[in-house]
Ligand binder design. Sequence first.
Ligand SMILES: O=P(O)(O)OC[C@H]1O[C@](O)(COP(=O)(O)O)[C@@H](O)[C@@H]1O
Ligand SMILES: [Mg+2]
Ligand SMILES: [Mg+2]
Length: 334
Amino acid sequence: MARNNQTLGEFIIENQKDFPYASGELSRLINSIRLAAKMVNHQVNKAGLVDITGAAGEVNIQGEDQQKLDIIANETFINTLTNREIVCGIASEENDDFITIKGQNNDHRNNYVVLMDPLDGSSNIDVNVSVGTIFSVYRRITPTGTPVTIEDFLQPGNLQVAAGYIIYGTSTMLVYTTGHGVNGFTLNPALGTYYLSHPNMRFPDDGHIYSVNEGNYIHFPKGIKDYIKYCQEEKEDRPYTSRYIGSLVSDIHRNMIKGGIYMYPSSSKSPKGKLRLLYECNPMAFIAEQAGGKASDGFNRIMDIKPTELHERIPFICGSKNMVTKAESFMKNS
Ligand SMILES: O=P(O)(O)OC[C@H]1O[C@](O)(COP(=O)(O)O)[C@@H](O)[C@@H]1O
Ligand SMILES: [Mg+2]
Ligand SMILES: [Mg+2]
């Protein structure tokens, strides 16, 4: 139950009973993410002052130039989760393959796997625009005491036990769900404590903001082009306002508060879109649905899609449910 001025630590303990298998493991996991996020926040806030901006000189499995902060965030989350004996495996945008965490006694006794995008919106790091971290948590399906396998990571989104994001923006917030609604906590930098600032976050059913990289317009499917035209029409409560930050976390966060739709569709250049199903789309879809919104690939519910690869991409439409349904109708009729 949410209380004003409740700290994240208190909220986690008071809501532990909501977790299936309420053994405290998942609470400790969320607490570790809370800690790692503070460390990354500290680095992000220094971007520009110290030499943590720019490319690191490596290319990740996506073919993208890794930014120094991508690597710092990746290592910070992996080390923090590993050292706290709560996960048996981690998958990350910045690692080609999943990491097996044996545990202190090499006995593979932990029960949760974490999939993450350690730094989302990397193209915005050097230009002082908000970026984020995205995480998704599953209970393993292979027997405890055995090494995790790829099957533990390729679970459909509807089996997530927790998901969330951290936004490093005008303030730093941690927003997450364990399947009992969505709550947002703002970091008080002076105290280093997160406080419940956004209890029970809800996507308005309708909105007036659309977020898409219109620079790709000519490459979009007809249905998306028609929906963008619909958003721009001088009719009824339209035209909508176009807002696109280029950081998935920030665009979805804004649209969740104000009402709106975010789209990263397929295109003739990238037939499967750009965003990764496992550690970008599934966690944001879980958050959206828990906040009364909707997430689709244009035709199907994102969280019902059975993943086949660790870094697979998928077209993504997410936001206010009536707006997503409208966009889908344009896709289906095109
Ligand atoms: O520059 P584009 O093609 O519009 O892509 C922007 C999208 O790509 C991303 O930056 C991809 O995430 P990463 O930065 O984690 O690789 C999203 O945050 C964002 O919505
Ligand atoms: Mg990302
Ligand atoms: Mg990233």
